[in-house]
Design a protein around this ligand. Sequence first.
Ligand code: PBG
Length: 328
Amino acid sequence: MDLVYRPRRLRRTAPIRGMVRETELSPRQLIYPMFVTEGKSVRDPIDSMPGQFRLSPDELVRECEELYSLGVGAVNLFGYSEEKDELATKSYDPKGLVQRAIRAIKAAVPEMCVQTDVALDPYTTHGHDGLVIDGEIVNDESVEVLCKMALSHAEAGADWIAPSDMMDGRVGAIRNALDVQGFSHVGILAYSAKYASCFYGPFRGALQSAPSGHKKTYQMDPANAREALREIALDLEEGADVVMIKPALTYLDVIAHAREAFDAPIAAYNVSGEYAMVVAAAEKGLIDRDLAMMEMLLSIKRAGADMILTYFAKDAAAVLRAEYGSFI
Ligand code: PBG
């Protein structure tokens, strides 16, 4: 055969494959989502997410130290609250669980980028991300509470506020509240294109936050891609520093569209259901856990995400450390 271009020539050896590799994963661009619970020395295994735990603040700090030494410099905190009410009053308590956890991490690993989830669902009896009045998930009243929650996190030392609630106008309102109170250095990682997805199921198990009804009046319809670009544009206009697409794997096309349309940093959330599928298949011996994990993360990066929130952050960092300095 007389072929000018033989693609296999560039696949012959590991060093050659390494030179033509288009996408690299780095622990620096992984963000580890973590669940905080009350107590001391608590590592409470999460049934719906094998390998993940609800950690008391002291254990959380230990984990952060380990992550940091592996090159993972960012965590995203979720509070596990048993004190739920109609108005999510625990969400903005200055001495609340997440607020204390932020302080503890900052005292031990000051450079760690501490990001905090801002949404009311872990703190409401109905499990919705906003307030419910007369059976309606109300917008502007919810945004007021979200601003209080964001401020309490900033006061505790959070680096980035991550609103995941999908209420309209909350990014601008939070930006303004932060600026007025002297927190102009605190960033906003906006869940901009967050879909009403079944892949959040295991997470809701972790926080006991399954909603009554559904979240389709505020989270996006999985059928819509163009709308995601409008949502992202809106959040950037309102002052988002980083925009997020969530989930990641069933929305890789949206990540790729967003990459073409915007210069802003893009985050993707490799959500609990995506994690649980790999773990469950690996436990059954149907798939290789580490290979599936790395291929998944690579696909998200290749689609155009700069940073990835993933429950695999620590494991992937360990694999990358082993790979670094060798050829694969
Ligand atoms: C809540 C929130 C959810 C997730 C992050 N923040 C669940 C939801 O919207 O119901 C999902 C994360 C995951 O599945 O890993 N605002």
